[in-house]
Design a binder for this molecule. Structure first.
Ligand SMILES: *Cc1c(COP(=O)(O)O)cnc(C)c1O
Length: 243
């Protein structure tokens, strides 16, 4: 084990936790209402293990197969909450249903139905957030939500997902367009929060409490706008190795 790597990650992790706490306090929020998901996609097992040794307990991964290898390698050593934050292809639904504690990126009714069927077989309920594309970029996944006037057209699919008994909706997630100034993300975070209010009005019986938004570049802005999960990779575990 590379002790320097553990020490470096621990220091960056602590610094980010402090900044999260300060951002929550500035926004008049309870710092415990914001949870930090450390994103280890594309990072080798050694980096993931170092993050766990540094005290990290919630990990976010984007690729089901890569994540399941890590989960299996680490499950005897550490207790970890594994979050799937990337687009899930239909044929990977079984892996996600079997191995993850929370899905941030539920982006279609078709995927929801497949996950529900696998969870039913496994006798479990998977908590999930709906991913919305609030910026309108074609490259982004998520239910289309950049045009607020078109929000009512999202309702039938949301209603169908709410009826699936082995998925439990917990809130909303987004990945806004990439900017270099955190302030530029703010309108997108605000839009996701307005959408949360819209959905909560239409489906008051459901739980819309979680807002997963904000990455290394803009998490303090996201916290100001109501994020309950921030997803941070590079600021804690360093840049991703290129493939
Ligand atoms: C990679 C990724 C992150 C983390 O991005 P960083 O810039 O490394 O903090 C967050 N959310 C999603 C969906 C990602 O794919």
């Amino acid at each position: 084990m590379d002790e320097k790597l553990v020490a470096d990650i621990r220091e960056r992790y602590q610094r980010v936790l402090e900044r999260i706490e300060a951002a929550a306090q500035r926004a008049g929020r309870d710092p415990r209402s914001v949870r930090l998901v450390v994103v280890t996609k594309a990072q080798p097992l050694e980096v993931v293990r170092a993050a766990l040794k540094a005290g990290v307990r919630i990990l976010g991964e984007n690729y089901a197969e890569e994540a399941v290898e890590k989960i299996n390698s680490l499950k005897d050593e550490f207790v970890v909450e594994w979050h799937m934050i990337g687009h899930v292809q239909s044929r990977k639904a079984a892996l996600v249903a079997a191995h993850f504690d929370l899905l941030h990126s539920l982006d279609s009714l078709k995927l929801a139905r497949r996950l529900d069927a696998f969870c039913a077989q496994a006798g479990r309920v998977l908590p999930a957030m709906l991913e919305f594309n609030v910026g309108g970029e074609e490259s982004k996944f998520g239910f289309p939500a950049w045009d607020e006037k078109a929000w009512p057209s999202l309702l039938p699919e949301v209603e169908a997902i709410l009826q699936l008994s082995h998925l439990r909706l917990r809130g909303l997630m987004t990945m806004p367009p990439l900017f270099d100034q955190p302030e530029q993300s703010r309108p997108y975070f605000q839009r996701l929060r307005r959408l949360q209010e819209f959905l909560a009005q239409r489906f008051p019986q459901a739980d819309w409490s979680e807002l997963s938004m904000g990455t290394s570049l803009d998490y303090e802005t996201a916290i100001q706008e109501g994020a309950t999960f921030v997803r941070i990779g590079t600021a804690i575990v360093g840049s991703r190795p290129s493939h």
